[in-house]
Design a protein around this ligand. Sequence first.
Ligand code: NI
Length: 432
Amino acid sequence: MLFSDISILTPDFTIQEHQYVAVKGNAICYVGDTPPEQDCGPLYDGKGKLLLPGLVNTHSHSPMTLLRGYAENLPLDRWLNEKVFPFEDRIQGEDAYYAVLLSIAEMLRTGTTSFSDMYFFSENVARAVGESGIKCNFSRSIVSFAEGSIGDLPGFQESEAIFRDYHHAFNGRFLVDMSLHAEYTNQVSIMEQFAQVAKDHNLQVQIHLSETQKEHQECKQRHNGLTPAQVFAKAGVLDQPTVAAHCVWVEEGDMELMAEKGVTVATCPASNLKLGSGICNLPMLLQKGVKVAIGTDSAASNNNLNLWKELYLAALLPKGITHDATAITPAQVLEMATAQGYAAQGRTDCGKILPGYRADLVVLSLSGPHMTPSTNLLNNLIYAASGYDTLLTMVDGKVLYENGEYPTIDLERVKYEVSRRTRRIIREVNQG
Ligand code: NI
């Protein structure tokens, strides 16, 4: 496929107009301001459109789309205990499978080409990812409420099985990470064993970190003043490449520790605002040299998986909390959502429009009233664009969404199944 006469977002986050980008197999094979000499297959007319690297959603729980709109206006602990856990107890494998497909459809529709997921129903998630064509770093999250051997935990056993059966599956689109749900849901000895296993297999790690003030303070009470970041670090968990979701309440010392360990923060601004958790201090994280990427968290606390909404918030909130309109730039936010996200997933050949990089690409319409005039396209992208300006989404050179059509997903069937299954679960919850 040849994208002709199209504007592109360059690796240094500038816009170049009238470019030609050719895709061969799963990779970009040509970028230039004249058409390539060899025949590159079907032509895509790029006039009035922008080609950019696909976005990476670095923190999600894709089966939880079943809970969209179900539990609202509650603080995190009540939201979890009173609404989310009773609902989750009744989710079955096929329910999760259809919910993941719906999540993937929403992500593809809004320009996300890869996501990092933390949940259970590992096989069902793998199946949906495999069929849909998207990329995913999946982790089966582990909780432990008593000391013991990690090998006895069902979550760990499932994590081992999914690693054995699906790590690098679907031509490397599906990677298996390891996950500890959070400090407050785990024992230190389990964390230490977890760190050893992650190190032995050289696996990436996903955790929730200092999401709420309560969680952060209670950890310090339990652990002689140690913060969740310090507890994880002491147990060796942060020695592996780690994505830490939220980090709303991390302290300056935590930030320095995370910078030293190379931890990537997955900031989830909408979820943090909606659950009343607070606002992540992106300017200070960046100033301390911490890597930052962006996530939606689940549709139960967002309620979309449209990453562009998060980009908008990630660009505005830093200005609001610092009273400084220069606190963060559109280019920085775009980097977090593309190259940083892929780097956090360990996918070093993705996230840039350069020859040799994977063809994970998105075409955005620039013709909407909200995108006119295009005096500065970077500003328009962050402050004016919508995920629904996406015309085409491609992963590994395959078109997975174009102009309302999904070649790999039967969206009507998926919507029907998710609605029907959600009604069943709610009926079961209400019957006790
Ligand atoms: Ni989460």
